[in-house]
Structure formats: structure tokens, C-alpha cells
Design a protein around this ligand. Structure first.
Ligand SMILES: [Zn+2]
Length: 251
């Protein structure tokens, strides 16, 4: 018999300080914009950390990556403003350059120890068939950072992390195939869409309308039977669920 506390899922909506780590500009708002807007209204202080510059996010061969990265940097700020995000950080790695996961984990630990978030939110690196190397690397590095940051002597290979160890209450993974937390975003849906559309460089894709329709249908189907019109879905876990826990997939 497993103890209830060991198995319990932390309450995302009780979060007062949230660090949202996105591989690219626009991932946070697509995956969690409604929840982020709701948390801000509840008094939560939200920080965005964007790992790559999004420079190759265009199929137009005439769009130089440096120019697109500059546009997307401004789009991050506009999306953050719309959602009420307090601060934005950027690591500035090149888009789709196959990130150095160890270095990335160390840098995220530094940010966690500095900001001291209750929750870290990011993409689910265990999404089956997720092919984008940035999504797999960022999700895994962020989860590893949540796990490792309690150890004062991490990183074991050295490096300067002067802030003391810190334990997050939970990690909330969006774009997940194994959701255990469903957040009512009825009141925040328009804000989410406005934040997504702030990334105008991405919204002129031919498939954009299809994708927005998909987001709408998915949010509605996930809400069925829950008493809301739309929800955003997350896999929420505690740090202790992130290691040798054979039940975590079913929690
Ligand atoms: Zn992305």
C-alpha cells in the first residue's frame, strides 16, 4: 500500500511563483496560456524562460534566422504582456541546434535557485512521438533540474551556482499524453488566443487556422463531463515522482 502523501498530486492553482520554461517563443501560451493568465489573476508571479531564439521557425528561405529571432524576441514580450507575466528570461540558444542537455540543466538549476518558484511548467518530454529535439531536451533538462536542485553540491562537475538549494512543489507538463490535472480556462480563452496571436511571425502559416481549430476542439473534448467548456491539461508531478517511480505514468 502506497502512502497517500507520496502519491498526492500538488495543486497547480495554489502556485504563487511560477517559472515557465519554453523551448521556443510561443510554446508557453499554446500549451498553457489560459492557465498562466488565470494564475496571474490569482496573484501568482510568473516568469518566462525561453531557451532557443526560434530563428528557424519559418519555411520562407528568404527569412534570415537572425532577423526572425529578433522579431520573435519582441513577440515573447508582447505575449508575456498580454498574459500578465512579470518577467522574461532568454538563454538564446540557436533554434533546433540539438541542445547540450547537461549544460542546459545546470543553467536551469541556476534560474530555479534564483527565482525560487513553487512550480516549474514546461513541455512534456515523455510525449510519445515528440520529434522536435528542442522539446525533448528542454523538457528533460527542466525535469532533471527540478530533481537535482535540492542537492547543494549539484552540479557535481563544478560551475558557479551561488544560490542555495531549492525544492519546487511540483512540475507541470503541458503538451502531455498523460494528463492528471485539468484547468478551467473558459474565462481566459480569449486572452490565450490573443497571446498566441502576438507571435504574428508564426500565425501566417497555411496551417494556422487548422491548428487554432484543433486547439479549440481539443480543449473542449478534454473538458467533457467536467462542467466547463474548455480546459488545459497538464501532467503534474512532485519532485519525488520523478525518479524510480513506476506509478508516475498512471498518476
Ligand atoms: Zn516549440
Amino acid at each position: 500500500m502506497v502512502q497517500a502523501d507520496w502519491m498526492s498530486i500538488p495543486d497547480l492553482m495554489a502556485c504563487k511563483r511560477l517559472l515557465c520554461i519554453q523551448p521556443h517563443p510561443d510554446d508557453n501560451e499554446i500549451g498553457a496560456g489560459g492557465t498562466i493568465a488565470r494564475l496571474v489573476k490569482l496573484g501568482c508571479t510568473v516568469t518566462f524562460l525561453t531557451v532557443t531564439d526560434g530563428g528557424i521557425g519559418s519555411r520562407d528561405p528568404l527569412v534570415p534566422p537572425d532577423a526572425l529571432a529578433a522579431i520573435r524576441r519582441a513577440e515573447i514580450r508582447e505575449a508575456a504582456r498580454i498574459l500578465g507575466v512579470a518577467g522574461t528570461l532568454e538563454f538564446g540558444y540557436p533554434d533546433a541546434a540539438f541542445l547540450p542537455e547537461k549544460e542546459l540543466c545546470q543553467k536551469i538549476v541556476g534560474v530555479i535557485r534564483d527565482i525560487k518558484p513553487d512550480f516549474v511548467m514546461t513541455v512534456d518530454p515523455w510525449l510519445p512521438y515528440e520529434t522536435h529535439p528542442d522539446h525533448r531536451a528542454v523538457g528533460m533538462a527542466a525535469a532533471a533540474a527540478c530533481f537535482m536542485t535540492v542537492f547543494p553540491h549539484f552540479p557535481s562537475w563544478g560551475g558557479v551556482l551561488p544560490a542555495p538549494a531549492w525544492e519546487v512543489q511540483g512540475i507541470a507538463l503541458y503538451h502531455t499524453a498523460y494528463p492528471n490535472t485539468f484547468i478551467n480556462v473558459d474565462e481566459a480563452w480569449d486572452i490565450k488566443l490573443a497571446a498566441i496571436r502576438a507571435s504574428a511571425s508564426q500565425c501566417d502559416r497555411s496551417w494556422w487556422e487548422d491548428f487554432e481549430g484543433y486547439l479549440d476542439r481539443k480543449s473542449r473534448s478534454l473538458a467533457e463531463g467536467k462542467g466547463y467548456a474548455r480546459v488545459e491539461a497538464f501532467k503534474v508531478l512532485k519532485r519525488s515522482h520523478l525518479h524510480i517511480n513506476v506509478d508516475a505514468i498512471n498518476m
